[in-house]
Design a protein around this ligand. Structure first.
Ligand code: C5P
Length: 251
């Protein structure tokens, strides 16, 4: 039986396509956000902030109670370590996790093969494994600081190609780069997950390559990741419902 999550149909409803980032400091706060968005959010993201504060038991508890969890720990290490971390993520029952594509082809392909083997052995669904290209908080200057010459888009397309060749299920990029990724990678099943979503009138915070949710979906993003625009709203449920309505109006 093929239990690969990658074989799941592409997301269609706006609700399914919005991943809410649980960027908070404790389990109590995370549960408050989840409570505010119960029945409205399609998936939640646990990143390094909450994971470091609250640990894997919270993730296991959320997946066991039926929540779709994107574990955003951006693994980047030697191939063996990343593969073993990937297996640990699969053991937690997460729906999606990510690795840095800059870790290279061997790191990505070893992670996929060891996680796939683990899931087959245990008859469990393989998490979607997504490659981080260039963070949405980076621009030309950020890249030049670390010795990468040229605009972020060039590096994004290069890393997306590497991730696709290694067999990853998709990439994280800015919604501005989805068109270029789709043009470069012909596989229609290759997913794009895009943070950097802002209302046009809102602050960008530390994000530099941003769009609105409507632009992201119009550009072909499969999933958008949204944190502060929902977390910092006076009424989080209303903020998420308004984003869903904006996206639905364009579908
Ligand atoms: O608050 P905001 O909507 O900017 O949150 C975006 C979320 O997406 C954060 O949790 C951030 O860590 C995450 N992220 C990102 N850029 C990436 C990968 C993940 O902003 N390339």
């Amino acid at each position: 039986m093929d239990l690969s999550a990658a074989m799941a149909p592409r997301p269609t409803s706006a609700r399914e396509r919005i991943i809410v980032a649980l960027d908070v400091s404790s389990e109590i706060e995370a549960r408050r956000v989840i409570g505010d968005l119960e029945g409205i959010a399609g998936a939640f993201k646990v990143g390094m902030h909450l994971f470091t504060a609250a640990g894997p038991n919270l993730v296991r508890d959320l997946t066991s109670s039926g929540h779709r969890i994107f574990l955003d720990l951006k693994f980047h290490d030697i191939p063996n370590t990343v593969a073993k971390a990937g297996i640990a993520a699969a053991e937690l029952g997460v729906w999606m996790f990510n690795v840095h594509a800059a870790g290279g082809g061997e790191m990505m392909s070893r992670c996929i093969s060891e996680v796939s083997e683990y899931c087959e052995r245990n008859s469990s669904a393989k998490p979607l494994i997504i490659g981080v290209t260039v963070l949405t908080s980076s621009n030309d200057e950020t890249l030049s600081e670390i010795g990468i010459v040229g605009p972020p888009a060039k590096q994004v397309v290069r890393l997306a190609g590497l991730a696709a060749a290694a067999g990853l299920d998709g990439v994280v990029a800015s919604p501005r780069e989805v068109g270029m990724i789709r043009a470069a990678i012909k596989d229609p099943a290759f997913l794009t997950v895009t943070p950097g979503i802002r209302a046009t009138s809102a602050t960008n915070d530390d994000q530099k390559r941003v769009t609105t949710i409507g632009e992201a979906f119009a550009n072909g993003s499969d999933y958008v990741v949204i944190g502060r625009p929902i977390l910092e709203a006076a009424d989080r449920g209303a903020a998420l419902k308004a984003l869903i309505a904006d996206a639905e109006a364009l579908q």
